[in-house]
Design a protein around this ligand. Structure first.
Ligand code: SAM
Length: 302
């Protein structure tokens, strides 16, 4: 155990609690997929949305949203997820194609289908960590589809508040080989102690040539934006109170900690990528996305 203060009550699958956020991201990816100028395409995403009672009535195309792109949840926020998917797709592919790292660890993988979607070089192993009930739902849906992984895919059902490094080792992770890690839409749901353990563990298990990308929120006080269109629309339209799911305690400086340990890091706002790709969210007043940062780290020496 990496923390003793958390409790394990509540819903563990995709029907509620933090698991339902995986469905929200899947719906956003479905909407992105159907856009003519899609930043990323995920043909599996809408199948997850349709299969779960919690999300069966949610839109999977922006045309199904009465106010379309003006909708703070299914317009701007969904586009944010589309952009994020694309940016981290690019990070993962760049990392494996430019190095000899062949193990990819998706932390809090949720309904991520990169193992099925992306053009992996031969020999890649994708290890997907999430809680057991989330992965069980994912498999139930994928088993009913003609979905063939394009790399070796290894689900690792474990709670990231526990000693997940042991589960990763049991799943075949090779500590002697370089690795690529992704924590997308995850850290702000974890207690600070679990984030610190996660960064320590990635550092400990990463040999030279490894890379990590993750998302953080730098807001000093998340509640400052509680009236933002993004939070209020998400709560009102699909009943997800993100502020209630986020851990609101003080956060560690994970990018700084990695830099102190010799990793090269770069920190970007999502808006940097909106400008690069010519589409995606731009800053606005009372912006719940204003504190979001995407961090890219690589280790050139052990
Ligand atoms: N990374 C995926 C993506 O971007 O599509 C999923 C993001 S979703 C917003 C957050 C995911 O983190 C959920 O699938 C949830 O189950 C997982 N998660 C949150 N807390 C977790 C924990 N303590 N242990 C394992 N997974 C956790």
């Amino acid at each position: 155990m990496v923390g003793t203060t958390h409790h394990r009550t509540g819903v563990e699958g995709v029907e509620g609690g933090v698991g339902v956020t995986a469905l929200m991201v899947a719906a956003a990816r479905a909407i992105e997929t159907h856009r003519p100028d899609a930043l990323a395409r995920d043909v599996y995403a809408e199948h997850f949305v349709r299969a779960a009672p919690a999300s069966a009535g949610w839109p999977v195309r922006v045309q199904q949203v009465p106010d379309g792109d003006a909708n703070p949840l299914w317009g701007r926020f969904a586009r944010y997820f589309g952009l994020r998917t694309r940016v981290f797709d690019d990070f993962l592919l760049r990392s494996v194609h430019r190095t000899n790292a062949r193990q990819v660890v998706l932390l809090g993988a949720g309904l991520d289908t990169r193992a099925f979607r992306l053009d992996w070089p031969p020999g890649c192993v994708i290890l997907e960590i999430d809680r057991e009930a989330v992965l069980a739902f994912k498999h139930e849906v994928l088993d009913g589809l003609p979905a063939i992984p394009r790399a070796v895919r290894v689900p690792v059902p474990v709670d990231l508040r526990d000693d997940w490094a042991g589960a990763l080792a049991d799943a075949g992770f090779d500590t002697a080989a370089p690795s690529v890690w992704l924590a997308e839409g995850l850290l702000f749901y974890l207690p600070a102690v679990a984030e610190t353990y996660l960064i320590d563990t990635v550092d400990r298990l990463s040999t030279a040539g490894s890379a990590l990308a993750f998302e953080v929120k730098l807001d000093k006080d998340l509640l400052e934006h509680r009236d933002s269109p993004l939070y209020t629309a998400t709560a009102r339209q699909i009943g997800i109170d993100l502020l209630d799911l986020f851990d609101r305690g003080p956060r560690p400086d994970s990018a700084g900690d990695l830099a102190d340990r010799g990793w090269s890091t770069s920190v970007h706002t999502p808006f940097d990528f909106t400008r690069r790709h010519g589409r995606g969210p731009l800053p606005e007043r009372n912006d719940a996305l204003g504190g979001n940062r995407w961090v890219f780290a690589s280790r050139s020496r052990p």
